[in-house]
Design a binder for this molecule. Sequence first.
Ligand code: UT7
Length: 343
Amino acid sequence: MGHRRSKIQGLGMSVPEGGLTTNEHLTQWMDSSPEWVEKRTGIKQRYWAAKDNHSSVSSLALPACVDALSDANLDKSELDLIIFATLSPDASFPGSACFLQAHLDVPGIAALDIRQQCTGFLYGLSIADLYVRAGIYRNVLLVGAEMQSKCLDVSTRGRDMTVLFGDGAGAVIVSATEVEDESANSKESFIRSSHLHADGHFAKDLLWESPGTANRIWNPEELVNSPEAFPQMNGRLVFTNAVRRMPEVTLEALEANGMSAEDIDLFVHHQANRRINEKFADALGVEPEKVFSSIENYGNTTAATIPIGLFEARRTGKLKAGTMVASAAFGSGFTWGASIYRW
Ligand code: UT7
């Protein structure tokens, strides 16, 4: 008899319609240059829904989820749990998983939001994997989705942060599978393990404070245009910690599975700045082509980055059945983590 494990068996993604925003477009709002943004971040364009007042992150996520279900050949009635990772929810409460559940029309199943920002997808993958392994659920819909354009400061004051971020959604179906061979050399497709960390001493180095109970400003008129109304980032500190933590946690995941970096066919990481991922390749001594990049077209889509990366890697033929994948992420919290799985 095999062991109950989980695998990713369906993928979908979406971006806001008509939201294409190039580096050139940015210069109408802020003092920046397309060359600076491309050279310092690797980003050429991103999608922003900012001007569309009728959309929400759950409505952006819906088509990605519908496509992931159809890709997995699964009827929505077979879902047991929705996990929604986002830092830009529809509302402070209830969570976007509940809004999405209503759009999908699957009342009754469990619906859970998680708040781990750039590491949200990997925290979600770990939760989904463990619920499935434990035999509690069979099919979990995990979506990472962001509509952060609606909260960014598009003036020159916010430019260091604003140019990085994009909107988008990526969804996967995590389903039960029976695995015979769990050894490091196994060719079977399943999630090996996830390794999660956080250090709240750095909570204020990348945060969106308002509206929040720690913030004294509750008057909307006072809030508008105050710096606290927008996300704040200590960019260099975040950068140096990402460069340290992403290789470190990947090595932890490799070691836990009796593997080395050579055993990984493709690294599909969080992408906040292309220079971070280049430094990752240097630190582990892996060929840069093995570190998948889609940041040039989407920017940093926070919790959506890894599933959008998986989607794009599969679309471009880099991710196929049997590919051994490692994913690492670092972001606000600080939070960081890594997962290893064979596709
Ligand atoms: O996903 C969440 C995790 N987030 C991250 O991992 C982000 C990590 N941080 C970064 O990616 C980088 O720190 C940034 C892209 C945010 C900034 O790049 P940097 O190379 O660290 O630039 P800097 O902040 O040291 O600024 C260098 C110069 C400054 O000008 P001066 O003081 O040297 O005259 C900035 O004012 O670049 C200027 N600058 C810009 N210039 C044009 C900052 N942003 C811009 C901009 N356009 N958008």
